[in-house]
Design a protein around this ligand. Structure first.
Ligand code: SF4
Length: 318
């Protein structure tokens, strides 16, 4: 399914679905400062947060407690920026050399635009950093030839309210549409493919996007594709209407649980292996910490059954 792209919406996204609006070669916008607020829409990243640990969801989405920049996430953002840039060039220019040459310039743009990222260069060796990014990009070129692709969109922002009133939003790394109209949703990951037992979890994000497209356009994507640049493997899935509708029921149930938690302020911690990477440990009762007062008044919180219409400004991680 090699296709032709007319880029529409462009942003730079990390593997955790972060999004910063930008055009090729333009500085990435700084993170938006925002005060505490009840969640207004569900993205795959925030859904995963709530599933893995409701307290982490609260701190990240409602309290909006700043988190230290992550070198791994920043590398993901850089690689996504290069791939985005690549598809803004003419097909003949989409070479590994073009990608490698763009790495330092796009990193400079990212650092200039994001004050959080600006602290990272002091902590990393830039030559090694760029080398790691180029290695991932080299693996990308071993997986497909971008000169033979013309995506319909890159970094496409989707926003739709599901029939049950659940507001959703997200960013698709790449949307391919074949001449016959078949849709393929593609997402780049800078890590390695998960073991088969975790494939379903890994596909959550793309199923979420497929559901959004289904409700927006009434079409079912022919293929969902995760490209793991860490090891060069693909994870693919073919959705169908029954599967998407079943998935939709699980998304609705999740949003209702978020609404209830938002109204009550009850976001229990859930310990897991992910705690090792969680910067909220000092505020987490599971680690002896004390949560700050819940910052949202009940009248501001989403209530069960509410249809929340206005979407918050896009913030990293959405
Ligand atoms: S440390 Fe673990 S349990 Fe506590 S908020 Fe973070 S992820 Fe949740």
């Amino acid at each position: 399914m090699d296709e032709h792209m007319t880029p529409t919406t462009r942003t730079v996204a990390t593997d955790d679905d972060s999004a910063h609006t930008a055009g090729p070669g333009q500085p990435i916008q700084a993170r938006q400062a925002a005060g505490p607020a009840a969640p207004r829409a569900l993205s795959p990243s925030r859904a995963n947060d709530f599933k893995s640990c409701p307290l982490k969801f609260r701190y990240r989405t409602i309290d909006r407690i700043p988190e230290p920049p992550s070198a791994a996430a920043a590398r993901g953002t850089l690689v996504h920026a290069v791939l985005q840039y690549l598809f803004s060039r003419a097909a003949a220019e989409r070479t590994e050399a073009t990608a490698a040459a763009a790495v330092p310039r796009l990193w400079t743009d990212l650092v200039r635009g994001d004050p959080d990222l600006a602290t990272l260069p002091e902590a990393i060796d830039l030559d090694t950093w760029f080398g790691a990014a180029r290695e991932l990009l080299g693996r990308y070129f071993s997986m497909e030839d971008p000169a033979r692709l013309e995506p319909d969109a890159c970094e496409l922002r989707l926003e739709v309210t599901l029939p049950d009133g659940v507001p959703t939003r997200g960013f698709v790394d790449r949307l391919d549409v074949s001449p016959g109209g078949l849709i393929r949703i593609v997402d780049y990951k800078t890590g390695k493919a998960p073991p088969a037992a975790y494939a379903d979890d890994a596909l959550f994000q793309l199923k979420f996007y497929a559901l959004m497209l289904y409700r927006l356009r009434g079409v079912i994507a022919a293929r969902l594709r995760l490209m793991y640049l860490g090891d060069g493997r693909l994870l693919e899935y073919t959705p169908d209407a029954a599967g998407l509708e079943s998935f939709e029921r699980s998304v609705v149930a999740l949003w209702r649980a978020i609404e209830r938690a938002s109204a009550s302020g009850d976001f229990p911690p859930r310990r897991s292996k992910l705690c090792d990477w969680c910067s909220f440990q000092p505020l987490c009762p599971a680690f002896g910490g004390t949560p700050p007062p819940y910052p949202v008044s009940p009248s501001d919180a989403a209530r069960p059954g509410d249809v929340v219409r206005p979407a918050d400004p896009v913030r990293p991680g959405d």
